[in-house]
Write a protein that binds this ligand. Structure first.
Ligand SMILES: C[S@@+](CC[C@H](N)C(=O)[O-])C[C@H]1O[C@@H](n2cnc3c(N)ncnc32)[C@H](O)[C@@H]1O
Length: 246
């Protein structure tokens, strides 16, 4: 798996300011996370803590962020020192993190798409399930296995392009090229089918697996001219999944 975020940790943090991140990604993920009051929440592949902070400020009692990149965890801890939100961070691959049965809710923004084989996907889903209490929920956003990647449109006006080869085979790389104000950077993740995801989730003990399409928040709709979000919503390059342990 190519998951080295150390060299791009700061650029990645800047990419979170792109409008679609707020009006589609955060809006949808926090909506699916639901009522956080009193909940113990684990933010898997937490990066520099973008969602860990939103989850804690949203009312979660406990938030643990887990990520395998030292650069990302350093940025997360730096912000925790400045803001004192009471978030714990752990440097670890999620497949080795431990914490059996501790959490009510697991959130993962961009984790499952780092699996390039069904075995890796299964190991990730087992790890997510392992840290949840029975009845605990898992909500996640990833590159979508539901679209035809061979005919995707340009997403340049939203600040990125998604680049794909010429075969939708398991493990085929998806390259996300982000355009920041003065620079670009690339992230590579991987295509695995919808059925591979469902089998891995079921095999790890999840049920009520729902694929949730993207929506734009009312604020995001109002901020742009009519039709601005049409390309994003017509061929949705990312998708939410929610499911329940047990
Ligand atoms: C696209 S970033 C997302 C960060 C954060 N969730 C966000 O939305 O801002 C993906 C993160 O996944 C982490 N990652 C990838 N595979 C991982 C694994 N097996 N265990 C833990 N972290 C992983 C990377 O280090 C990186 O920080």
């Amino acid at each position: 798996m190519t998951t080295d975020y150390d060299p791009i940790a700061e650029q990645y943090q800047l990419s979170k300011q792109q409008p679609w991140r707020r009006y589609i990604e955060s809006y949808g993920l926090l909506d699916l996370a639901g009522d956080l009051a009193g909940k113990a929440v684990v933010d898997l592949a937490c990066g520099e803590g973008f969602y860990s902070r939103l989850l804690k400020h949203g009312g979660a009692q406990r938030v643990l962020g887990v990520d395998s990149s030292q650069g990302m965890i350093d940025l997360a801890r730096k912000q925790e020192v400045e803001q004192q939100a009471g978030i714990e961070y752990q440097l670890s691959d999620v497949r080795e993190m431990g914490h059996a049965g501790e959490f009510d809710l697991a959130v993962a923004a961009w984790l499952l798409n780092y699996a390039s084989t069904t075995e890796q996907l299964e190991a990730m889903c087992q790890a997510v399930s392992g840290c949840l209490k029975p009845g605990g929920r898992f909500v996640t956003i990833n590159s979508s296995p539901l679209i035809d990647w061979l005919t995707i449109p340009s997403y340049r006006k939203y600040g990125f392009e998604a680049l794909f080869g010429n075969e939708m085979r398991p493990g085929a790389p998806i390259t996300w090229k982000f355009y920041l104000e003065n620079e670009t950077f690339d992230i590579e993740n991987y295509y695995l089918s919808q059925s591979a995801h469902e089998e891995a989730l079921r095999g790890a003990g999840f049920s009520e697996i729902n694929w949730r399409p993207l929506r734009v928040s009312a604020e995001g709709t109002a901020a742009y001219e009519a039709g601005y979000w049409d390309t994003f919503l017509t061929v949705q390059p990312v998708v939410f999944i929610e499911c329940v342990k047990g």
